[in-house]
Design a protein around this ligand. Structure first.
Ligand code: SF4
Length: 288
C-alpha cells in the first residue's frame, strides 16, 4: 500500500541526504524488502522521523511507498554526466586580470541560462584578488550570499575567513567563487544541468586568475572541478591537477559547522595547500 511521508519527516530526510552528500556519499540504494516484514512493521512511522526516513530510502520498494517514486526524485537526482570542462584559456597578464574578470561578469549579464535564476536575488560572481595565489571554490550561494551578492558571507563564510586567517592570509588576498552563481532553492545541491551550465564561467575565472592552488570546498565543488564523481574521502589528502593548478579537496565550511569534529581533518587539508604555496605552517588551526 502506498503512503506519503509527513512534511517534517520529508524535511528531516532532505537534511539527512544533504549531510550525506556533503560527506561525499552520493550512491544510495534500496535493499529489497520482504513484504511480510513490511506488513509486520505496519507501515507506520516511529518517533524518530530522521532514522525512519533514512531507512525508508534503503528499505522500501517503490511500489510500496509513494515517497520513493515521486519525492525521492527531487531529493536524489538521477546520475547525470558532468560536462567536460572547456579548453584552458590563454594566460592573462597580471595587470589585465581585473578587466578580464569584468568581461566575464558582463558576459553573464542578468543570466537566465539555467533554472536557478528564478529564485535568486543577486548573482554571486566572486570576491577577492584577481591575482591571488590561492582560490577557494564552493558549491553555490546561500541566503546571506544571495542577499549581499558576495560568496561566503554567512556563518560558513566566517568560518572560511577563520580558516584563511589560520593559513596566515587575509580574505582580500585570496579569490573565492562557487560552482553556481545563483542560490539553489532551499540551499539544495545544484542539479547537474545547472552546474554544467554555470561552471564554464567559473573555469574562465580560474583561467584568468591562474591561482597556484585551488581548494575545492565540499563534494560538489570537487566533482565539477575534477569532472568526475567520487566520494570526498577518496579525494582528500592528496594534490590533484586542474587547469594547470594544484587542487586540494576538503570539507565545505557549512558541513564543518554541522560536524565540528571534522575541523581537524579540514585543517590537515589546508596545511597541504600551505605546503604547496610555501607558507609557514601556523601553530594552531582556525578559531571556532
Ligand atoms: S546559476 Fe549561473 S547559469 Fe544559472 S542563472 Fe545563475 S548565473 Fe546563470
Amino acid at each position: 500500500m502506498s503512503r506519503v511521508l509527513d512534511k517534517a519527516t520529508q524535511e528531516a530526510l532532505a537534511a539527512r541526504l544533504r549531510f550525506y552528500r556533503e560527506l561525499g556519499l552520493t550512491e544510495l540504494y534500496r535493499r529489497p524488502v520482504d513484504p511480510a516484514q513490511l506488513a509486520e512493521a505496519g507501515g507506520e512511522s516511529g518517533a524518530d522521523g530522521v532514522q525512519e526516513a533514512g531507512e525508508a530510502v534503503a528499505d522500501v520498494r517503490p511500489e510500496q511507498h509513494s515517497f520513493t517514486v515521486s519525492q525521492e526524485k527531487e531529493l536524489i537526482s538521477p546520475r547525470k554526466a558532468v560536462s567536460a570542462a572547456p579548453e584552458i584559456g590563454a594566460a592573462v597578464p597580471a595587470a589585465e586580470r581585473e578587466a578580464a574578470l569584468r568581461v566575464i561578469r558582463e558576459d553573464i549579464g542578468d543570466c537566465t541560462r539555467c533554472a536557478l535564476h528564478r529564485g535568486r536575488n543577486k548573482i554571486v560572481f566572486a570576491d577577492g584578488d584577481a591575482n591571488a595565489r590561492l582560490m577557494f571554490v564552493g558549491e553555490g550561494p546561500g541566503a546571506d550570499e544571495d542577499a549581499q551578492g558576495l560568496p561566503f558571507v554567512g556563518r560558513a563564510g566566517q568560518l572560511l575567513n577563520n580558516m584563511i586567517g589560520a593559513m596566515g592570509l587575509r580574505r582580500e588576498e585570496v579569490y573565492i567563487a562557487n560552482i553556481v552563481k545563483c542560490r539553489p532553492p532551499g540551499n539544495r545541491t545544484p542539479e547537474p544541468d545547472e552546474a554544467n551550465t554555470c561552471s564554464p564561467f567559473l573555469f574562465r575565472q580560474i583561467d584568468v586568475v591562474r591561482p597556484e592552488v585551488l581548494v575545492a570546498l565540499g563534494a560538489t565543488a570537487a566533482t565539477y572541478l575534477l569532472g568526475q564523481r567520487q566520494p570526498l574521502a577518496g579525494l582528500r589528502g592528496r594534490v590533484h591537477s586542474v587547469r594547470g593548478c594544484r587542487l586540494i579537496v576538503t570539507y565545505h565550511p557549512a558541513y564543518l559547522l554541522r560536524d565540528p569534529r571534522q575541523k581537524k581533518e579540514a585543517w590537515a587539508d589546508l596545511q597541504i595547500a600551505m605546503r604547496e604555496l610555501g607558507l609557514q605552517p601556523a601553530a594552531k588551526g582556525p578559531k571556532e
